[in-house]
Design a protein around this ligand. Structure first.
Ligand code: GLN
Length: 482
């Protein structure tokens, strides 16, 4: 079973709003699919069966009463388990949050509810979103629905797998260095990292606050556009939220790419990228060219240093953000005679190996005497990347690259070597460092038959243009599979 065979969010909502299909039947159908395949895939930390059915009944009652439940009426949505849900466990796939129930909903959760969407479950992730394969979850890995011996990517692997397996037509993830786009690519679905500040981070458990951004997973570009319109837009509860409404995306999807200048990022289209992934990238460029775009090679020289800068900045911010898990305020506590010992034992027992590695890296990078040579230098590289993008966008409207250097790899293949795992993020990290939007669009398969995604990148708030190009690529894929 692959993505695309089940109805889209747009079609489900149209039927439910029009009263031709009940939200209950939609939810029941998705729960049945979950019952069948979830034991093998493990996309979810928690399936909210009863809550989803109750919410569906409320949507149906509203329709029966002549009310409009909203643009996502009756549409099941899977939420990455680092998004706060009031009264419902939110674990970040970490032991340290065991038993914690947030007292409030994330802004995105609130906006989904108001649009008539139905939360169907909380999805698995790499612990605190640190990883690229979902193997760093304290609750066991998620498997790729296209091949159960392969990883789904990460850290939002559960959300990507849930959409790819049709457990829900929509899901939310978070993307700090690629955690929406890379799993979307490996699972053959659409994944979007919006411009920093377009989607409120209120209620997203912080990993690296200057990089984190919530975004959609969907089986179609149209569904992803609709979901981003619903969750985006200013939120006074997030001080970094851009004070303007969500971008209009659905209305521009059919505008094409005629006359757009699109640059293939040279530094990300050569060494280190698998030949089959490169082949799909160039085919995507040809499709855009045939649709009227002007294709050339772009250069982001500092992109090469993005990975090194990210693995200083993200751990530095994480070491600060994760200091709050001290055994007092959240979840797990291991008692000890002194507070300091209690803190230490709780953190030792509660965090997994990768989280500990990041906290140590980050604390080191921020420590007196090293601050300038590590954290300070990484921030300078960040500025260089921003400048390189600014120069490129003088010449181009959009940029194009692979999303991930390879298709999905086997479970266990990269767990013993953190550096090889980190290399997965080489194409996705630059956009996070620059705060710019980027998305992965499924574009065929690799030599192993596994999905390949191509990445579209745009300047700040360039989502409308980015989605236009995504729609062109998607239409071409539909043509070839006909
Ligand atoms: N894989 C990257 C990391 O491990 C990115 C994670 C993310 O985007 N949350 O940090």
């Amino acid at each position: 079973m692959t993505a695309g065979v089940a109805p889209t969010a747009v079609s489900i909502a149209a039927e439910v709003r029009g009263g031709t299909r009940s939200a209950r039947s939609v939810v029941e159908e998705h729960l049945a699919r979950i019952a069948e395949r979830e034991p093998a895939i493990h996309a979810f930390n928690l399936v909210l069966r009863d809550e989803a059915l109750a919410a569906a009944d409320a949507v149906d009652a509203a329709v029966a009463a002549g009310d409009d439940p909203g643009p996502l009426a009756g549409v099941p949505v899977a939420l990455k388990d680092n998004l706060c849900t009031r009264g419902i466990p939110t674990t970040c796939s970490s032991r340290i949050l065991e038993g914690w129930r947030p007292p409030y909903d994330a802004t995105v959760v609130e906006r989904l509810r108001r649009s008539g969407a139905i939360t169907i479950g909380k999805t698995n992730l790499d612990e605190f979103a640190m990883g690229s394969s979902t193997e760093n979850s304290a609750f066991g890995p998620t498997r790729n629905p296209h091949d159960l011996t392969k990883v789904p990517g990460g850290s939002s692997g559960g959300s990507a797998a849930a959409v790819a397996a049709n457990f829900a037509p929509l899901a939310l993830g978070s993307d700090t260095g690629g955690s929406i786009r890379q799993p979307a690519s490996l699972c053959g679905v659409v994944g979007v990292k919006p411009t920093y500040g377009v989607v409120s981070r209120y209620g997203l458990v912080a990993f690296a606050s200057s990089l984190d951004q919530i975004g959609p997973f969907a089986t179609t570009v149209h569904d992803a556009a609709l979901l981003l319109e619903i969750i985006g837009g200013h939120d006074p509860l997030d001080s970094t939220s851009i004070p303007s409404p969500a971008p209009s995306l659905v209305d521009v999807l059919d505008r094409g790419v005629d006359g757009l200048r699109i640059g293939i990022i040279g530094e990300l289209a050569g060494e280190g990228i698998a030949p089959d992934v490169l082949a799909r990238l160039h085919e995507a460029a040809n499709v855009l060219e045939k649709a009227g775009a002007i294709i050339d090679t772009a250069t982001i020289p500092a992109a090469m240093y993005g990975l090194s800068a990210y693995y200083l900045i993200a751990p530095a911010e994480a070491s600060s953000n994760l200091a709050r898990y001290d055994g007092v305020r959240y979840g797990l506590r291991v008692d000890a005679p002194t507070t300091a010992e209690m803190n230490e034992l709780s953190r030792t027992a509660g965090f997994g190996a990768e989280v500990k590695r990041r906290i140590m890296l980050g604390t080191y990078a921020l420590s007196a005497g090293y601050y300038d040579s590590y954290y300070g230098k990484a921030q300078k590289v960040r500025t260089l990347i921003i400048n390189d993008f600014a120069k490129a966008y003088e010449q181009f409207d959009l940029l194009l690259s692979p999303t991930s250097p390879t298709t999905a790899f086997a479970l266990g293949a990269k767990t013993s070597d953190p550096l090889t795992m980190y290399l997965n993020d080489i194409c996705t990290i630059p956009s996070n460092l620059a705060g710019q939007p980027a998305m992965s669009v499924p574009f065929g398969v690799g030599d192993d038959g596994m999905p390949v995604g191509v990445q579209l990148l745009a300047p700040l708030q360039g989502e409308p243009t980015m989605f236009r190009a995504a729609a062109v690529l998607e239409a071409a894929m539909k043509e070839t599979s006909r």
